[in-house]
Design a protein. Structure first.
Length: 618
């Protein structure tokens, strides 16, 4: 992957809340910068060219691109985090995908082959299926617009995409990149989703051979071959050749749809579950090409154990199990993964600089009924359970949830099983009028004809107010590879952010250690502690240092989310925090990744927030 280019002299250094640190690329519409949010998370910021600031049509195209991206499922593109299309300098902030483009990867490392090529074909076909299902035609699908992310390929750059709804059912005119354009684009005929299928075929040829099937010389020569010649498919493996040939048919009516294409690649006869199966296969397979430590399915004992005194409130649970690719629903041994991603940009508001969360957020944290309603299922009442869950979700979340529910439904019915959830505790991550993000610790019991299976999930989710009711708009379970969400909300302001940040730092120190500097690591933890927890760590210092040295322990802790429990008092707050821990050193070979969940009682001492008590889910 190429490093970002330095900022040019005329480039802005900041847009909104985002610091710009480099250039990722530039196109006819705008410049894409690498940025950093308030929490340090990398983002991609697309800024409309200054020469278009007063161009109404250019602004309209920019707004149209935003609306198109927001319709597309988050797993197949870079999800929009924030935007400002009304200001003097319109920009769109999206998720930063840490990976090279397919074009760069092939040029630098050579053509794809074997399972790598198969995963690419399935992943991109899955993305096109989701894009078309959202009512969008991309119109510029090509290797530079496919990013090879660590969790699978992502399709980007919807600058000339069109929504296929009542406002624009088709379009004409020559738009696109010559080597990857379909015959109907070249001739200026009306275009629809088949142009993306044709472009998919040319992209797979490039991925497998390093060349475009119609050449890459002069535009007239390329256009002539697209219109009148058959593609050169030399170098494609036999099992893909027929599929690609069907996608490159001159007549768009004779090409497969995206879903038909995906089914052929998966070897399936029916459409049920194809989208989720394709996404799962592409993402799981892709992850195997990137060296990663294994996921630990039970936590290691923390090197500095939390206090053993009984807590003042119920804090019961089970050992944390690392979640899988998304929210893992255990069904008597059968596993299905699903996640709901962001569909709407957060509402901006004037900061609310108070410690305790707003009343609206406190109310939702206390109830947490929406979450339970999308987690509980029984094979005897499955249809009613699905209907109840759908009633708790936004329209786009419903569609994504229904598509991913097939394997859960089938497994529960096969095993005559049921899943029952208990919300152990809930804290507030962020809040603005009409939008609340929460973190819940959830115990889930799956019963079936075999022994019951009990797990604990740490689940973050967002509720939005739509049409007079509150609905779940995004949801996933925390697992090691996830990044913290970014928030542009009224709360938390500085008063709440300070103890939240202090809790994050203490949790990082707790789970970051190296046996070669064990005593210094314990001292750093003592520096952010007070009261009961300070006494516990101090009295166990020698024992903990000896244990770390004996086991040759090395680990890095990364806070994922920190949520404030409602009911905070001046100088006192309880914070629920999730920490991803990557254990890279252990004498017994017990390395890997896991997520820990904690309750951290924070106390303000002489203007500084310190950790006074710590309970972990065990």
């Amino acid at each position: 992957m190429t490093d970002p280019a330095p900022l040019a002299p005329g480039d802005p250094r900041r847009l909104g809340a985002y610091e710009l640190t480099g250039r990722l690329g530039e196109g006819g519409q705008g410049v894409v910068y690498l940025g950093r949010g308030l929490a340090g998370r990398p983002v991609a910021v697309k800024l409309l060219h200054a020469r278009f600031d007063r161009d109404a049509e250019a602004r309209a195209r920019f707004v149209r691109e935003l609306s198109v991206i927001e319709r597309v499922a988050g797993f197949c593109t870079a999800q929009v985090l924030e935007s400002d299309v009304d200001g003097d300098r319109p920009y769109i902030v999206s998720e930063y995908v840490a990976g090279p483009s397919l074009h760069y990867l092939v040029k630098e490392t050579g053509p794809r082959s074997g399972t790598d090529l198969d995963r690419l074909a399935i992943g991109t076909a899955t993305a096109l299926t989701a894009i078309h299902r959202a009512g969008v035609v991309h119109r510029d699908f090509k290797p530079p617009n496919v990013l090879m992310g660590p969790d699978g390929p992502r399709v980007i750059d919807f600058g000339i995409a069109r929504a296929l709804d009542g406002r624009a059912t088709a379009s004409s005119g020559v738009v696109g990149t010559p080597a990857y354009m379909a015959p109907e684009q070249v001739s200026g005929a009306p275009v629809d989703t088949p142009v993306d299928i044709f472009a998919w075929g040319t992209t797979i040829v490039f991925a497998a051979t390093g060349r475009a099937p119609y050449g890459h010389d002069t535009i007239p020569a390329v256009f002539n071959r697209i219109l009148h010649h058959q593609p050169d498919l030399t170098g494609l493996p036999p099992h893909l050749r027929a599929v690609v040939a069907a996608c490159l048919r001159k007549d768009p009516a004779h090409r497969p749809t995206a879903q038909q294409l995906l089914l052929r690649l998966l070897g399936e006869e029916g459409p049920q579950g194809a989208l989720v199966q394709g996404a799962t296969m592409a993402q799981q397979g892709w992850a195997t090409t990137i060296p990663q430590a294994p996921i630990i399915h039970a936590p290691l004992p923390p090197p500095m154990p939390p206090p053993t005194l009984p807590p003042p409130r119920p804090r019961t649970g089970l050992k944390v199990l690392a979640a899988g690719a998304a929210l893992i629903l255990m069904a008597g041994g059968g596993v299905a993964a699903w996640t709901l991603t962001r569909d709407e940009k957060p509402k901006k508001s004037v900061a609310t600089d108070v410690l305790d969360p707003p009343e609206e957020a406190r109310r939702h944290a206390a109830a947490a009924t929406h979450l339970r309603d999308v987690l509980d299922y029984d094979n005897r009442t499955m249809d009613a359970d699905v209907q109840r869950a759908n009633s708790r979700m936004t329209q786009r979340a419903q569609a994504r949830y229904t598509a991913n529910l097939t394997s859960i439904r089938d497994d529960l019915r096969r095993r005559q099983g049921a899943i029952k959830s208990t919300i152990i505790d809930t804290g507030v991550l962020a809040s603005s009028p009409g939008r609340v993000s929460l973190l819940s610790f959830v115990r889930r019991v799956t019963t079936s004809s075999s022994k019951p299976v009990t797990t604990l999930d740490q689940i973050r989710y967002t509720l939005v107010h739509q049409n007079g009711t509150w609905l779940i708009d995004e949801l996933d379970a925390l697992e090691p590879r996830l990044q913290p969400w970014t928030y542009d909300t009224a709360w938390p302001g500085q008063a709440a952010q300070t103890p939240l940040n202090a809790a994050r730092e203490c949790a990082r120190r707790l789970q970051t250690y190296d046996y070669r500097r064990a005593e210094a690591d314990v001292n750093e933890l003592l520096d952010c502690s007070t009261g009961e927890y300070y006494n516990t760590v101090s009295s166990n210092k020698a024992k903990n240092v000896a244990a770390m040295v004996k086991q040759q322990s090395v680990a890095t802790g990364t806070p994922l989310e920190a949520a404030l429990k409602p009911g905070a008092q001046p100088a006192r707050a309880t914070i629920m925090i999730s920490v991803a821990v990557n254990v890279t050193g252990d004498k017994n070979g017990k390395t890997g990744k896991v997520v820990y969940g904690y309750w951290a009682d924070m106390k303000q001492i002489n203007g500084h927030w310190k950790l006074a008590k710590l309970d972990w889910i065990q």
